[in-house]
Design a protein around this ligand. Structure first.
Ligand SMILES: [Zn+2]
Length: 293
């Protein structure tokens, strides 16, 4: 289960939810860009009042770490313009929009901040963790924003690629925010991928089994289990009937493997039913075993 409301954000539901159109999940980053340098409280007042019609999902103050949320993750929010017929607010399973309370070159407590990157980015790690939990990949399909200029991605890329976008990259829009951004993905260590636990099949063992009398090859128990993996894969390819999935590399298996080789485009003696490295690796990639020497 995902949290449609970000843990740690104060909830200011605006109601007025709208369905998403599905597809790869993404996030869009904005800055509020208010020359008067409004505070979090005043931007919150705006988005829950007169600005509700252009509200994002999240409002985040990178100096204080305050975060407010206006829509649940599975609703569209309203900070984007359409690209022709494409309702960009609705693109993807999620299109989480984040308004950062920031203005280019603003002064906070006597210090001038050129970009969001220069701010303390307080609680950004919590936002990134939540976006990851929604399945938004750690990538900027159009590259991380580098300046306050338009850098629009193609409509095709926008529709097909999940990840993070700047408002300046979304097709059909005219804004140039958010400007240079911090390295989002370094704020929280990426979850470790579990080590691959694919069973291993030795090419040499299977070749031995294919070339020798099945009864002799079966003497090697490890060979038998490896041949079984190959046979199961051939059965899954509908090239070998299930009664021949027996760990014995006999003529049925040889014939089935030759059919696999032909399926890959091999002919003649290259399709003789004795595994080669490429054909076995292709079979393993498709059916969950790793090939060793
Ligand atoms: Zn914007």
């Amino acid at each position: 289960m995902v949290d449609l409301w970000m843990p740690g954000a104060t909830r200011h539901s605006l109601g007025n939810t709208g369905a998403m159109n599905g597809g790869p999940a993404r996030a869009v980053w904005h800055i509020t860009s208010n020359a008067k340098d409004w505070t979090f409280a005043r931007e919150l007042g705006w988005f829950t009042g007169g600005g509700a019609s252009v509200a994002p999902h999240l409002l985040w103050d990178p100096f204080t770490g305050e975060i407010a949320q206006f829509f649940p993750a599975d609703s569209r929010s309203l900070s984007l313009q359409n690209a022709g017929d494409v309702k960009t607010n609705r693109t993807g399973k999620y299109c989480i929009q984040i308004e950062i309370v920031f203005t280019e070159g603003e002064t906070v407590n006597g210090k001038k901040y050129a970009t969001v990157r220069d701010t303390p980015c307080k609680n950004l790690d919590k936002i990134v963790a939540w976006l990851r939990s929604l399945g938004i990949p750690d990538t900027w399909p159009g590259g991380a924003p580098t300046g306050f200029t338009r850098d629009t991605v193609s409509l095709d890329a926008w529709l097909k690629l999940g990840g993070h976008y700047g408002h300046n990259q979304v097709p059909g829009n005219s804004h140039v925010d958010p400007g240079p951004m911090p390295n989002l993905f370094a704020t929280v260590p990426a979850p470790q991928k579990p080590p691959t636990t694919k069973p291993k099949v030795s090419l040499a063992h299977v070749v031995y089994a294919a070339k020798h009398d099945p009864a002799a090859a079966q003497g090697h128990t490890s060979y038998k289990s490896e041949v079984l993996l190959v046979e199961k894969a051939l059965a899954a390819e509908k090239l070998l009937a299930s009664q021949w999935v027996d760990g014995s590399y006999g003529t049925k298996t040889l014939t089935a493997y030759a059919a696999w080789q032909r399926k890959l485009g091999y002919t003649g003696s290259d399709a003789d039913g004795t595994p080669g490295k490429t054909s076995l690796t292709r079979l393993g990639d498709k059916h969950g075993f790793a090939v060793t020497a």
